[in-house]
Design a protein. Structure first.
Length: 263
């Protein structure tokens, strides 16, 4: 039998240990959020900065803007991907959460960090270049809002499909994730940039919209990427390779759950 003093000592040791674990976990989450905010800041700052500089001075060119977006995403993936996962995008984080590849309790924290990073970056661009309304560096449709909405769904689908392949499948070459994702963004901006602005990221569109008070068709740049990334993530899970025979996969009441368990 242990004495009362010994029991108290044991409780204090357990409490101290649990407290230490909680503190370490909180620090870890804080580091992830800071990395996510910094990464989103520089993605938006470089990308939107190239847009406004080109509109004001014409020295970047459209291909240069495409390359800037692709390169900055690639650079930041390699810089903080091992810390926060390098989402930089509320739609990507939401998709990972729904597919149970990211903890639900961290979803709102990540989204706030991403939005803060995007707004701060947009504010920095505005303060540095003092753009006029015609130099807007956000995303607005050139054609109809519906056209841009559909286009955002398609390019966001491709982006999430690629991210799922290189970031969640253990058979992929993880070291090439930054190159693959950055190249996908470059290609998407080349194709969709002249029409929709090629957002693929609600934070990228919301930041400049708030700073410059231009909310034209903002719904298309929030819903489009959300729908596209969800569709892309689910589709990759459907085509993900599994060595189990089809009859075993389809026995389950949920085909998607079976595929997810065998990824």
């Amino acid at each position: 039998m242990c004495s009362v003093d010994e029991e108290i000592t044991k409780v204090e040791e357990v409490t101290t240990h649990d407290s230490g674990l909680c503190s370490a976990a909180m620090v870890n989450v804080a580091q992830k959020l800071l990395a996510e905010a910094i990464g989103t800041f520089f993605v938006v700052f470089a990308g939107c900065g190239s847009v406004v500089v080109n509109k004001m001075y014409g020295s970047v060119t459209f291909p240069g803007i495409c390359i800037t977006w692709g390169l900055v995403v690639m650079v930041m993936v390699y810089s903080v991907g091992h810390i926060s996962g390098a989402h930089f995008n509320p739609a990507v984080t939401t998709t990972f959460t729904i597919l149970k590849q990211f903890p639900l309790k961290q979803l709102p924290l990540y989204m706030v960090a991403q939005l803060v990073g995007a707004i701060l970056a947009s504010g920095a661009v505005y303060l540095l270049f003092d753009p006029k309304a015609e130099h807007f560096y956000g995303t607005t449709p050139v054609g109809s809002a519906v056209q841009s909405f559909v286009l955002e769904i398609i390019i966001s689908f491709l982006l999430m499909f690629v991210i799922s392949g290189v970031a969640t499948d253990t058979r992929a070459i993880g070291e090439l994730a930054g190159i693959a994702v950055g190249s996908t963004i470059l290609l998407n901006v080349l194709v969709a940039g002249p029409i929709s602005g090629a957002s693929m990221n609600p934070a990228r569109s919301i930041g400049p919209a708030i700073v410059m008070r231009n909310y034209k068709a903002i719904w298309a740049y929030v819903l489009g990427p959300m729908i596209g990334t969800l569709a892309g993530g689910f589709t990759y899970n459907l085509v993900r390779y599994t060595d189990k025979p089809l009859r075993e996969i389809t026995k389950s009441s949920s085909f998607l759950k079976s595929v997810s368990r065998n990824r």
